[in-house]
Design a protein around this ligand. Structure first.
Ligand code: PAF
Length: 280
């Protein structure tokens, strides 16, 4: 596996692969890779002849009081894991390479509407940073397809919108959520949890299962959401939201809707913010 930190080196390698007709799949990451990320690489391998991954802890998607500085950075372990998982090239740009005029003076991409709700309401500007860096990465790598995990479901929908809106010739491939045995969705942020917090963290997933069961029983949507918020509070979380939305565009469903829905939750445990979702 090759590792490059410059856009020109990345483009030269991708051009060589293109010359022999290879198709390219791309997996953007912020590093500190775990089994969930490696499952994205495996899915990318099924899509194309060559797999490119990126590792970049993107400053523009973190709020001023968020965990940018302490976000775990483990480049050596990540490169070893990517090589083993079958990645062909890892792109690890510096902040200067990604944002040549500075991260605070960059051209920003904004997906309207969707990015102000749910995680966008709890983390103002977060999805502007995500859309901005993903469009840059797409321009740099120019892949045929790109794999995104379903755990960040709102992010997936933001990228779908971006690609469709800007007519980017890239197929977006959603990947299933990887979970620990007790149901907790894998996330680099799980390692912030104390043992006591980790013991209750899987309640997030169990709350989603309870929402699914209530939906099947015909419980009104508003009551399902209120019950889920109460349950998370009782378990020791500080929930940001527990909502049921339409899966295709994350709009609010009408009260009688029962198909094509997804439940999404976000909650803090101590200083750690966790998100999860379940298709209904
Ligand atoms: O999901 C992530 O890890 C990040 O939001 C992404 C897509 C790599 C952009 O920085």
């Amino acid at each position: 596996m090759r590792s490059v930190d410059r856009i020109d080196a990345l483009r030269a390698q991708v051009a060589r692969w293109r010359q022999v007709g290879d198709r390219i799949a791309f997996v953007p990451t912020m590093g500190n890779l775990h089994a969930g990320h490696y499952s994205l690489i495996a899915l990318a391998r099924e899509q194309a002849d060559r797999v490119v991954a990126s590792i970049f802890v993107n400053p523009t998607q973190f709020g001023p009081n968020e965990d940018f500085a302490r976000y775990p950075r483990t480049p050596e372990a990540d490169e070893a894991g990517l090589a083993e998982a079958g990645c062909d090239l890892v792109f690890r740009p510096t902040v200067e390479e990604m944002y040549p005029f500075g991260a605070d003076r960059c051209v920003t991409v904004r997906v309207p509407g969707l990015t102000d709700e749910l995680d966008g309401a709890a983390r103002p500007g977060h999805f502007d940073g995500v859309a901005t860096v993903v469009l840059r990465l797409f321009n740099m790598v120019q892949p045929d397809s790109a794999v995104f995990g379903r755990k960040d479901f709102q992010q997936l929908r933001v990228i779908d919108y971006l690609v469709r809106e800007l007519s980017l010739p890239i197929a977006i491939v959603p990947a299933p959520i990887c979970r620990d045995a007790d149901g907790l969705a894998l996330s680099s942020r799980n390692q912030y949890l104390s043992p006591a917090e980790r013991a209750i963290a899987s309640e997030l997933h169990h709350t989603l299962l309870a929402m699914q069961a209530a939906l099947r029983d015909g419980t009104p949507l508003v009551k399902i959401e209120t019950d889920a918020m109460d349950r998370l509070n009782r378990c020791g979380f500080q929930p940001d939201y527990a909502q049921i939305r339409r899966i295709h565009d994350l709009a609010r469903p009408a009260a009688a809707e029962r198909v094509g829905l997804i439940a999404l939750v976000a909650a803090r445990l101590g200083s750690t913010r966790l998100i999860d979702n379940l298709e209904m």
